[in-house]
Design a protein around this ligand. Sequence first.
Ligand SMILES: C[S@@+](CC[C@H](N)C(=O)[O-])C[C@H]1O[C@@H](n2cnc3c(N)ncnc32)[C@H](O)[C@@H]1O
Length: 217
Amino acid sequence: MTATPTTAAPTPEILAAFEAAKGFMPLDEGLALYAAAVEAGALGLPLLEVGTYCGRSTILLADAARRAGVSALTLDHHRGSEEQQPGWDYHDPETVDPETGLMDTLPTFRRTLHRAGLEEHVVALVGRSPQIAAFWKSPLGLVFVDGGHTDEHASADYEGWAPHVAEGGLLVIHDVFPDPVDEFTGQAPYRVYLRALESGAFKEVSDTGSLRVLRRG
Ligand SMILES: C[S@@+](CC[C@H](N)C(=O)[O-])C[C@H]1O[C@@H](n2cnc3c(N)ncnc32)[C@H](O)[C@@H]1O
């Protein structure tokens, strides 16, 4: 079964929650992610995100999952990626837990979802992506890769999660920058995108900004 293409758009309330949430995804990419998630939801399988951060993109997956009657799964160790650590460009001091001195984006993520009224549509997986992927057995309607941007992490996300995308399901990759001049955290997501196409298992459906949507089959 192949999901039917759609250009579904979120309601003004969901859009407002998305725009109010802490995170990195611009609006045009968010709308493309939403349309992909609604389309993939028609397969009746869960939608999985690698890289929750504070839940900005999760809002869109959660609302698409709600529409389809499936669950959104979102995975993160909540300790931040390399470029989000203190001293780096993408660091936000508000994400540091004063007790441990480490980043902890889980409390903000939970507040984001609660405010958006979407808690019941989301299962949060807290841990390292390869460790969870190692015991994962279920097919997924959509996998959204927005985790670590080193080659080690991006490759592990691809190898761990792309095999679980069901026939007709979607693999969505964020921060794909073909031109090194545009890169801000490295070109590992671009290399993963090329790998997915070269595997022959996925075909490109759309590109919006740095977001690429690929379909299996
Ligand atoms: C770019 S942020 C995600 C942004 C989010 N999707 C949004 O729209 O705002 C990347 C996230 O991936 C997480 N991450 C990085 N490497 C990871 C790994 N190996 N396992 C689990 N989470 C990881 C980081 O903690 C960080 O929160």
